[in-house]
Design a protein around this ligand. Sequence first.
Ligand code: ZN
Ligand code: ZN
Length: 339
Amino acid sequence: MKARLFDFFSCLAIAACLLIWSGCDVDSATEYLGPMGPASMSAPNDTGHADSTTDWTSTSVPSASIEQTAVAPVDGALTVYFFDVGQGDATLLAGPNWTIVIDAGRHNRSDVVPHLQSAGVESIDLLIGTHPHADHIGQFPQILETFPVREVWMCGESHSSRTFERALDAILSSGAAYHEPRAGESYRMGSALIEVLHPVELTGNLNESSICVRVTFGQVSVVLTGDAEAASERAMIQRGHNLSAQILRLGHHGSETSSTREFLEAVRPEVAIYSAGEGNSYGHPHDVVLQRLARMGIPVLGTDRHGTIHVQTDGTTYQVTSERGSWMASAPDQPVLVR
Ligand SMILES: [Zn+2]
Ligand SMILES: [Zn+2]
């Protein structure tokens, strides 16, 4: 999908900052305004052209002011669900009145919609397909047919698979807005800050083009990197992004292609979480990654062993619980693991 599908544009020059919802390109990251957000809308930020009724706002703030934003009081709580969807990925970030879904499970299963429904999801503000592999966008059609979806992000890579074609058809039919985010963009959803860490450009390597994000809610951050591998991890470090996060969703299902020591040192997670299918044929997660985490003293939970994993935070502390019992409670920088 090279063309922008449902592009829209905010008219910047009009004094009243009226938003015009029509077909214009959204190529400029720093001038991008998403569609109208839900009821609780926050004030504009430093882009200078946001509408006060928009809570889903692009920013291009320098890292210092990102840090400042990150410790601001938060509205409500954030729960992150790392769903057990077998050998695939599906993550829900549920705020007090907003919802982000990152990846949509495998093409040959139909478990993501039930997971979302049992988590209470009724609509989705942002649906991200990190990259076009069938274990990440597999259930896009079911999701887009079941829930109103405000906006979809894809990395922009193409794939010849039927799964990819079906996902594109579903996006087109849904009427959702569409965007291909690039590193350096940042957005606000309620009290959460969403920083795009990757990619800068497409390379044709689907895993390495994965959309990677850091989501910060108060003082608690989560980094999710799709199936990004070592080269992408290196690039994120070299670009100087603030990668620090208490929670790291391990790249590529805990594969040895990802979670390099350097990247783990840059993120400094207090807990690592991976999504993989029990007994999967890829050997995910790889022992080398588990051993690296163990040497660094980073506890790890996986959907194959623990089932669906939840991280709940009020912006100051967080708790990690899982379907099969393990849990962890912490204050920032003072994790306490309880098994
Ligand atoms: Zn994958
Ligand atoms: Zn992949």
